[in-house]
Design a protein around this ligand. Structure first.
Ligand SMILES: O=C(O)CCC(=O)C(=O)O
Ligand SMILES: [Fe+2]
Length: 311
């Protein structure tokens, strides 16, 4: 081998070694980057990637995206009710502009004066504990203690005559700030032992339906996601939404799985009334043991307007 041949082989070896190492390092760093990827919010590990993608998809970040959705308008006790049906069975519906601007601002003012505490969750084993599964602050606002809450309860009672609001939980307010979320869960609760179950449900039964009132909408993110119903929506202050946690046999409604999407900017404030199983007129109206049907929520003589956006 002459001098030039030796030099040529040396140069090739140096280049090859460099690329070999470089590739080794770059693929190594890629792995390290993936493993050590900083979570964007506390509790992100509880969110399947597809779920956060759906939450953050700008196309879903408006309501009225589902092809099956229809709007219905009817008059009830001299008030016009505007309802958007995102799912018929099990029902998932949004009620538009149910609460006046004054009701919204009075309730927000009330919350400013109350202490909001970090929220706990009911774990799979039935224990109630703090968990990063939910990142939110909240408080209970009993209607009998606060006129602002009583006013909401009165409006809800008038809006939904198919429910008996004597058999509901007290209004529970929640505030989520940036990074706040509530990972996927169902509101139908199961406790590990009969004693706990009886303590929680003995008087009124499990949670038949969930009625959520909206007081503040996040600037970005913070929708409510129903993966099995193929829906995520962000209602506006003054709106409310409703779904069912049980089927006609009073078992857990599997399709009621839902979550509060991570807040990317701003704050979301909602308040919930959980409607319990006992004494609910809608149960008498449901003929099958299958999922409830949104038709039961609509009075017979309504003015019907399909595919019309109320926003
Ligand atoms: O934040 C939401 O949109 C949903 C809240 C919720 O699911 C709950 O409080 O049980
Ligand atoms: Fe929930």
């Amino acid at each position: 081998m002459n001098y030039f041949q030796t030099l040529f082989i040396c140069v090739l070896t140096i280049i090859g070694t460099y690329y070999g190492y470089h590739n080794m390092f770059s693929s190594h760093w890629e792995v390290v980057e993936k493993v050590n990827k900083k979570p964007q919010f506390v509790g992100e590990e509880f969110w399947p990637v597809e779920a956060t993608q759906m939450c953050d998809n700008e196309d879903w970040d408006t309501t009225w995206q589902s092809s099956e959705s229809i709007c219905i308008r009817y008059v009830q006790q001299f008030y016009e009710v505007r309802m958007e049906i995102l799912s018929w069975s099990p029902p998932l519906v949004i009620y538009r502009d149910v609460f006046s601007k004054k009701q919204v601002s009075d309730y927000l003012e009330l919350l400013k004066n109350l202490k909001m505490n970090e929220q706990k969750v009911v774990r799979d084993d039935g224990e109630i504990a703090y968990s990063t599964y939910r990142q939110a602050n909240g408080t209970i606002t009993p209607a009998h203690s606060h006129a602002e809450a009583q006013s909401l309860m009165d409006t809800a009672t008038q809006l939904l005559p198919v429910f008996d609001f004597q058999y509901t939980e007290q209004i529970s307010a929640l505030s989520y700030i940036k990074g706040g979320h509530y990972a996927l869960h169902t509101d139908f609760l199961t406790f590990a032992n009969a004693e706990d179950s009886n303590r929680h449900f003995g008087e009124m039964g499990n949670r038949l339906a969930t009625f959520i009132m909206v007081f503040k909408k996040a600037e970005k993110g913070g929708g409510t996601l129903f993966p099995q119903l193929g829906n995520v929506f962000r209602a506006n202050p003054g709106d409310a939404f409703l779904w069912f946690n049980c089927n006609g046999n009073l078992e857990r409604e599997a399709k009621s799985l839902h979550g509060g999407c991570p807040i990317r900017a701003g704050e979301k404030i909602i308040a919930t009334i959980w409607i319990r199983i006992f004494n609910q007129p809608i149960r008498e109206m449901q003929e099958t043991g299958g999922s409830f049907h949104a038709g039961l929520l609509i009075p017979e003589n309504h003015e019907f307007s399909s595919l019309q956006n109320f926003l």
